[in-house]
Ligand binder design. Sequence first.
Ligand code: ADP
Length: 436
Amino acid sequence: MKASLAKEVNRIAGLIFLAALAALAVGHTWPLLVGLGGYIIWSTRQLFALYSWLVRDDHTEPPDSIGLWGEFYTRLEHLFQKERRAQENLQGIIHRAQQSVNALDDVVILIDQHGYLEYWNHAAERAMGFNASQDLGQPLTNLIRHPRFTGYLSKGDFQDPLEIPSPVNDNRILQFRVTEFGIGEQLLIARDVTRLHHLEQMRKDFVANVSHELKTPLTVLKGYLETLLDTLPEEQARLRRALMQMDNQSNRMEALVADLLLLARLEGTEADSVRQAVPVHGMLNRMKENALAIGSDKDHQIELDVPLDARLIANPAELESAFGNLITNAVKYTPANGTIRIRWWQDSCGAHFSVTDNGIGIDPAHIPRLTERFYRPDNSRVTETGGTGLGLAIVKHVMIRHDGRLEIVSELSKGSTFTCHFPAERLVSKPTAVAG
Ligand code: ADP
């Protein structure tokens, strides 16, 4: 390029020199003006030629030219060729990526930061009924209108997947996972989990049916045991002990069946089927009296720190089960003369209910698994306390159904605090939150 520049400068200098010589020879300046004017006209024509070449789409076959202009065209043509090759390469990659995404059985959907549809694959067309000519650029929530789906997207917590029926076929169940990327963009991947869902449903139905079927034989057994205990002569002490043990175990079985049925109901029904402004103080005060009665032999001190006007938008029966389980556990796992504190408070994050005891505590290593069904850190406690091992699983389910979470803090031999956190939307002071 440098050499061409020097040549062009030489050419201009030569032209000026020749024009100046001619001007001297004729004794007038017009040869100089003609020379310079000619050069300017030639350069302007080159500029126009360059412009019309640049605005063309293909940028092939540049105009013929000499000197610096010729060099310009050659270099620009090379640059365009390079860019064309890079673009073709990129398009090839995009095409291959699209082909492979289209070959997937899983649904892939891309939405922009405003929730508008940007891209989807063939599986999405089959499972969602998307149509390229109508749906591109539409808000996704206009096309998938399931309330749980819109709630899931607006909540923005994508730790757990979401399962909903396919918008085009109620019999197919899709499991959605959302990954955020870029500036608020989202990648949604959905797969058909109908088979798994059916298996899970069969498991739930089986447990619920068995529990239900056990109720009648248990009632009959308990009835006969009671009659036998009532009519047994005093001198038959050994038989009485055996019957009493049978009575205890049948009571435990009854509690197990009741808890299993409650869990089945919590899993199998829509949350929020019942929503009321529940006066919490009265409920907790009753539970405190119950707790004192259950643990009457342990002489616990139970403190109730709950504002009189505390209220929560909730299902009262479910709330009672959850709170009742936590308070009963505190009584069960706190030795005689221990202290139990029941608290309720509200702040900008929502409402909080906690039960603190200074009982036997739990090794923190067990805490992550504590809400699993039948998980017990120490099996020897089972016979001592007669629990079902389902209490905390019930609490966890109730909290999920109330958009809340259960927090457990505990130290072995020091005591435990179980806290239920409810979101601010469930506070009664929020006018929009109140519902029938
Ligand atoms: P369980 O019927 O055995 O009490 P839960 O699901 O209610 O079943 O509790 C699971 C386990 O968690 C219990 O077996 C017990 O070991 C432990 N646990 C629950 N609450 C407390 C508590 N307040 N203090 C100590 N351990 C507790």
